[in-house]
Design a protein around this ligand. Sequence first.
Ligand code: FAD
Length: 423
Amino acid sequence: MQKHIIVVGAGAAGLLAAGRAAELGADVLVLEKMGEAGKKILLSGKQRCNLTNSAPLETFLTYYGRNGQFLRNAYHRFFREELLALLRRYGVRAQEERGGRIFPQSGRAVDVRDALVNYAREHGVHFRYRATVQELLAADGKITGVQLAGGKSFPAAAVILTTGGASWPATGSTGDGYRMAQAAGHAIVPLRPALVPLTVAERSRAKALQGVSLRHVCCTLLARDATGKEKPLRPPYPIPPTGELLFTHFGVSGPLILTLSLAAVDALRARKRVTLSIDLKPGMTEAQVRARLQREFEQHAQQHLPNLLRGWVPQKLAEVLAQASGIAAERAIHTIRAEERERLVALFKDFRWQITGSLPLAQGMVTAGGVSLKEVNPVTFASKVVEGLYLAGEVLDIAADTGGFNLQAAFSTGYLAGQAAAS
Ligand SMILES: Cc1cc2nc3c(=O)[nH]c(=O)nc-3n(C[C@H](O)[C@H](O)[C@H](O)COP(=O)(O)OP(=O)(O)OC[C@H]3O[C@@H](n4cnc5c(N)ncnc54)[C@H](O)[C@@H]3O)c2cc1C
């Protein structure tokens, strides 16, 4: 007899889970609360879908922070090559770009979404849209089905929970899966926004810099604990030596900040005082900055500071730096004393901001935290709490850096959960 499986959520993980389970002969019904599948896939990678990354496995795993090891077994069985081969079968060819990021050649996320829906459909998966699952049904520690928000219930021998995170709720990922898994007895690691812009105490300074983007800066987060000691924070993901930062009216954003953000969010949760230190000239030592400033001060003795700094940094930043150094804009350069010039040197190498928080969970690109990995089998993605329940994708306590790592995790865990549920 065909095994009857319900997949809750038709996102990246759910589509792979459904397709694979049906491919192995199961009778699969996907219940999706939105009017179409894969709304988040459609938005991903600025609608171009950065679906995976070319980094070798060992490096790949480091982009998940300390939970990366949980994925090792899965990636030995269904990884990038298997994913790309599957997509090729459904007409999607991929290409690699800067930083090992892999996108569909067409540059269209919708092609990836459609290919995955076709994979599922071709194997006979049934889709039911605008169907919000409210509750997992279980008896004697064993799954029996699910119940919709309207009260209708569907029996199943296995349920695969792929409801995603709690970020970008307009895509349908509103965190329902966490609540349902918890009600079924699962522990939930506290949810935090990850890959999220940060807010700063220096609001008016940030506002003055709104829209300024710095391409090659180095950023370090420093945390001060209750004893008053300041230490660099270890970011969860590998940090490139330099990267791009963007000032916004509330604080800082841009790729480098997104990568660092979870470390800041977690340190603030631990009640530490968090400071962002920006090295505006990472290619120069402090002594080199000092020497160049000294030289330029001599050459442009009659100029004013903001004008001179414009040769170093964007205009808005030149003005802010001049102000932060405490040197009045109308003073001629030759009146600036050595100790005042030192303040500028310090600003160039250690431009500080106090981090007060982040934008809310809904505005992070991914949700950190989720169903505790301790209670999920890393080979089958079966729940260790409820028999017949499987969990895959962002609903799990997995959050990676940008670069295609989050989608690969959803695709791989989904595929393997579908495979195990059907077996
Ligand atoms: C703007 C943006 C850009 C991104 N870009 C990238 C990128 O380029 N590369 C990358 O690797 N990652 C990217 N990510 C992250 C990545 O998209 C997610 O990590 C990934 O989609 C998670 O897959 P998932 O299947 O677990 O969840 P989702 O894709 O979120 O799918 C969950 C599905 O479950 C449905 N659902 C939820 N609750 C219920 C319910 N109660 N009943 C029925 N259905 C339900 C939802 O409607 C949704 O369709 C991006 C995220 C965002 C927000």
